[in-house]
Design a protein around this ligand. Structure first.
Ligand SMILES: Cc1cc2nc3c(=O)[nH]c(=O)nc-3n(C[C@H](O)[C@H](O)[C@H](O)COP(=O)(O)OP(=O)(O)OC[C@H]3O[C@@H](n4cnc5c(N)ncnc54)[C@H](O)[C@@H]3O)c2cc1C
Length: 462
């Protein structure tokens, strides 16, 4: 970059205005720093525009469709006449639009300077955007992630990623989803509820393979019941497409045909060609390596969000942003414990978890050092009313604190708040068993599970 570029000085320059970047900017501004937030696309990033919010709006529309279909079972006469996809998109875009406006207002009211344009890291204390050099005592990298593909698998035509899936203006007759992780099973849930034939192909032995195996197996049972087809433990070999559809071939030679292929094989860090390596940052498969304080090891350059190895979740980005702003300000924020970050998959039925799976707990405490308990939602009044099946699985260190809570069933994502307090505060089952849970709520199922684990089950069959 030429030396005659204009210079603008800030305390903190944040590159990327998604969950991690804007949270850093908001908290830093609150703490009195002069902050520049550089964004090439839209403030709010993937989560608001191409991720969490649009997918959850689609999942809500899908839930309404299922409710209409099943209304007769509770004595309500209703009929599903079909899905008006343009109207679904209007609803989804309305939600995004209101949140986007709110976020823009928030950022401006905190006096954060938003710089619109694509930036590159040009020095240990500078970011260049469209020929202008912005310097900061601290630089925060928050450039996020993109939908990955596989070697030889080209995106285009009938082979799409979640970005295009969110803007489809029709319900496909049939879809193959490559990848049975969070994004794959969420889209499977939406499209099945909207009336499509859905097939998931996953190379690992289970759907949502990062969850406790009990949840994976329960989700597989539910999906089988819903008529969502899946093929596990067989890897993708190739795809061909023509005017009418796609044909996917697996390594075993099996083939599947559909109108569309959604590639949902994970998200890669957006760090290429941004000057990171030139400034001496350590990258591993594109991810920025940081220490527990989110420091890159170079000057005052820090990183947050999806470019940092670990769970790629918006609320992790928010918390890392808050942590970093406080850290830079000389406060002593509590370190973020990755295992205690709540995880929710918003498919039907929902899957939610926090802390260690049984397998991970056994790695830590030994095979004999772990106790588990499953509480069936069948014994929970509200779950019966909703007509949902599922369970809560608790994992504790033997005679010690609760180290994991794992749940499956309609709306169990709403139970993750209490679960994360229990795990983060290293509660004992006896501590929770004495707390009163309102009746009839699904939340009560958590209380019942802890009563049972504390050795005094109430509404639980032994
Ligand atoms: C389909 C889908 C569903 C999801 N659902 C959920 C969910 O339900 N819950 C959840 O917690 N997470 C969910 N996620 C993940 C979540 O969206 C991400 O974890 C989160 O957005 C990461 O935040 P970030 O700030 O690291 O990156 P991003 O949100 O990707 O933001 C990065 C920003 O930086 C900008 N940028 C990049 N490079 C530059 C540059 N050189 N110059 C200027 N600007 C730049 C980009 O335009 C972008 O706005 C989902 C993701 C997807 C794709």
């Amino acid at each position: 970059m030429a030396d005659d570029t204009a210079t603008t000085e800030f305390d903190i320059v944040v590159l990327g205005g998604g969950s991690g970047g804007y949270a850093t900017a908001l908290r830093a501004a609150e703490l009195g720093h002069r902050v520049a937030l550089v964004e090439g696309d839209k403030l709010g990033g993937t989560c608001l525009h191409y991720g969490c919010i649009p997918t959850k709006a689609l999942l809500h529309a899908a839930e309404v469709a299922d409710e209409a279909r099943e209304a007769h079972t509770v004595g309500v006469r209703a009929e599903l006449h079909g899905i008006d996809v343009p109207q679904v998109n209007t609803y989804k875009d309305g939600v995004i639009g209101r949140l986007y406006k709110g976020l823009q207002g928030l950022v401006s009211s905190r006096k954060v300077t938003v710089i619109t344009g694509w930036g590159t890291l040009s020095g240990p204390d500078s970011v260049d955007v469209d020929g202008v050099r912005y310097t900061g005592k601290h630089i925060v990298l928050a450039t996020g992630s993109y939908s990955k593909s596989l070697p030889g698998l080209e995106i285009g035509g009938r082979v799409i990623t979640s970005d295009a899936a969110l803007t489809l203006d029709y319900v496909p007759g049939s879809v193959i989803i490559l990848g049975g992780g969070v994004i794959g099973v969420e889209f499977a849930s939406v499209w099945k509820s909207f009336g499509a034939d859905v097939t998931i192909v996953e190379g690992l032995p289970h759907l949502v393979p990062n969850e406790d195996e009990a949840l994976s197996k329960a989700l597989e049972r539910s999906y089988r019941k819903r008529g969502i087809t899946f093929n596990l433990g067989d890897r993708f070999a190739g795809v061909t497409q023509n005017d009418s559809g796609v044909r996917v071939t697996l390594e075993s030679g099996k083939t599947f045909d559909a109108e569309l292929l959604l590639v949902a094989v994970g998200r890669g860090p957006r760090t290429a060609d941004l000057g990171f390596e030139a400034q001496g940052l350590t990258l591993d498969r594109g991810f920025v390596i940081v220490d527990e304080k989110l420091h890159t090891g170079v000057g005052n350059i820090w990183a947050v969000g999806d470019i940092v190895p670990g769970l790629q979740l918006a609320h992790r980005g928010f918390q890392q942003g808050i942590f970093l702003a406080e850290q830079i300000s000389g406060l002593s924020p509590a370190p973020i414990i990755e295992a205690n970050i709540p995880r929710v998959t918003y498919c039907n039925p929902e899957v939610a978890s926090v802390g260690l799976t049984e397998a991970k707990a056994k790695e830590t405490y030994g095979d004999d050092g772990v106790e588990t308990l499953e509480y069936n939602l069948g014994g929970n009044g509200k779950s019966q009313i909703l007509g949902t099946q599922g369970f809560i699985k608790l994992v504790r260190a033997k005679s010690g604190p609760v180290v994991g809570v794992h749940m499956i069933g309609a709306r169990v994502g709403e139970l993750i708040g209490e679960s994360q307090l229990i795990v983060s505060w290293e509660a004992y089952p006896e501590d929770v068993a004495s707390l009163i849970h309102a009746h009839p709520t699904q939340n009560e199922a958590l209380g019942e599970a802890f009563l049972a684990l504390a050795g005094k089950p109430l509404h639980a069959h032994s």
